[in-house]
Design a protein around this ligand. Sequence first.
Ligand code: NDP
Ligand code: OXD
Length: 318
Amino acid sequence: MTEKPASSRILLSVTGMYPRRWHDALSKARTVVLEPDGEADPTIEYAVVWKQKRGVLNGLPNLKLIFSAGAGVDHLLADPELPAGVPIVRVVAENLTQHMVEYVCWRVFDHHRQGMTYRVQQVQKVWHEPLQPPANEVAVGIMGLGELGSAAAKALLSLGFKVNGWSRREKRVEGVSTFHGEAALTPFLNATDILVVLLPLTGATEGIIDFSVLDRLRKDGPLGGPCLINAGRGQLQKEADILRALDQGVLKEASLDVFEQEPLDPKSPLWTHPKVFVTPHAAATSDPAHLVPLMLEQMDAFERGEPLKNLVDREAGY
Ligand code: NDP
Ligand code: OXD
């Protein structure tokens, strides 16, 4: 990797994701600034962003590429002043995928092996063994069969679960029963005991996890009721509907990593609900030590005129 002159600079606009660590990693190879020198700074060629300051990317005449510091790009596309026509590269990385696969398998196993029941029993000193169906009787349905969803599906298959997957376009993943599009949503849900949400947040997916979706999950499955795991985005879910579904027994349990508002309000009933497991948007955190070398490789490749990888389709919103 060649060191670049100060005339080609990276704008780093990262909030809530350890900006210092991104700065340290990027500035080993390139010149990094936290603010442009004026609105039309001609030296900025690349930007690395997470929930960037609104409008910060606008009017930079030589901006060539925008990198999202995460896999999701809803934070980036939400900027009304995002410059049109500049390609956006998102994170696809073994390290991040591995973390998500670990999170999904952990939460699936906890619901499958009745971790919530055992934790209550332990507090009450109850010695009782609930019925335990084998994994091959339990169907995990993954909404969003992309980089993360497909990797989670493969891991769950190898652990013995039945796996269903739902995507926007037709997709084949060996061993997975695949469904796509609006028309196939009901059959996908009807065949699912543990729903794993790994969708991006777009105009088409916002609020998709509502009461009606939860009510279509398999009711007479081997776990005594369906479970929800959401590690996609908080705005995919309607939290009032999740609480209603839990309280009415439509949903047995939920593991939520993402929330309509983050951080989760201390007053939210989700914090203390006995059937909800909360993590603070930590399923698969971007690690600059792993991700910056991939970004630098893409910058070098781009400068050699090679095609970019992991480009965002702005129209689809992911
Ligand atoms: P991908 O873009 O690789 O996959 C997205 C999947 O969702 C694709 O299968 C896509 O379908 C499907 N999809 C998109 N829109 C629709 C729709 N309207 N109906 C049905 N399916 C749809 O994304 P990743 O797998 O890399 O990441 C998924 C999301 O995970 C990110 O967008 C982010 O929000 C979240 N995330 C959360 C993290 C956390 O720590 N909690 C960490 C990292 C990511 P198709 O295959 O047809 O394109
Ligand atoms: C991501 C995230 O999108 O961490 O990468 O949420």
